[in-house]
Design a protein around this ligand. Structure first.
Ligand code: ADP
Length: 205
């Protein structure tokens, strides 16, 4: 399955992604991780990206799109993947749809991890990461609200969005994540059986 996990900075995406890739046994494609690796390696893309990341701004689409396109073409992504941090803007979502369509693939479901603004600030105070400077962190939240929120409507209109409550312990949140994944599987199976004329159940994903 190809699933996207969307959530503001501090929503706990990392923890849920880790659990979900173990459950689905698909690669974890985190653009934040890819960018941090490029910065550490000092590649030209990393050097360029760092200027934006350090300011709490989004890295320009061409850098991100090239990185993700290459990664999606790896063999291990054929059976599915978990996208984390991408797409983050409407143009990125449209580019992703085009890209997958060219390979006769599509996004199966999108999970939004919803966490109230005040709780994000509270959590940020309790953790330490280089880009967790309070001003920068607030900018990242603002950029999420401004640029990423429209994505939710995009996926809602495709009936692919599952919004889940991101409050509570990691275990309870993961249960909600799995319920969403099950709903996506049911839809995918239904589409598959319609295509097969409902004669045979479609194979498990
Ligand atoms: P978070 O979701 O907590 O902001 P990430 O690790 O996903 O953290 O991303 C860290 C930074 O990397 C972002 O603040 C942004 O600058 C950059 N980034 C990651 N993914 C994208 C993307 N799809 N488009 C543009 N910039 C991105």
């Amino acid at each position: 399955m190809r699933i996207i996990l969307i959530g503001p900075p501090g929503a706990g995406k990392g923890t849920q992604c880790q659990r979900l890739i173990e459950y689905l046994r698909v690669p974890h494609l985190s653009t934040g991780e890819m960018l941090r690796a490029a910065v550490r390696a000092g590649t030209p893309e990393g050097i360029e990206a760092e200027k934006y990341m350090g300011q709490g701004q989004l890295v320009p689409d061409p850098i991100i799109v090239e990185m993700v396109t290459k990664r999606l073409e790896y063999r291990d992504c054929r059976g599915g993947c978990l996208l984390d941090g991408f797409p983050r803007t409407l143009p990125q979502a449209e580019i992703l749809d085009d890209l997958l369509e060219r390979h006769a693939m599509s996004v199966d479901g999108v999970i939004e991890l919803a966490v109230p603004h005040d709780e994000l600030i509270h959590r940020m105070m309790a953790r330490k990461r280089a880009d967790d400077d309070p001003t920068i962190f607030s900018k990242r939240i603002a950029s999420f609200e401004l640029q990423t929120a429209p994505l939710l409507e995009y996926y809602q209109s495709q009936k692919k969005l599952a919004t889940i409550d991101g409050l509570g312990d990691a275990e309870s949140i993961f249960k909600r994540v799995l319920e969403a994944v099950q709903r996506f599987k049911n839809v995918v199976n239904l589409k598959g059986s319609k295509r097969n004329g409902s004669r045979r159940p479609s194979p498990p994903l």
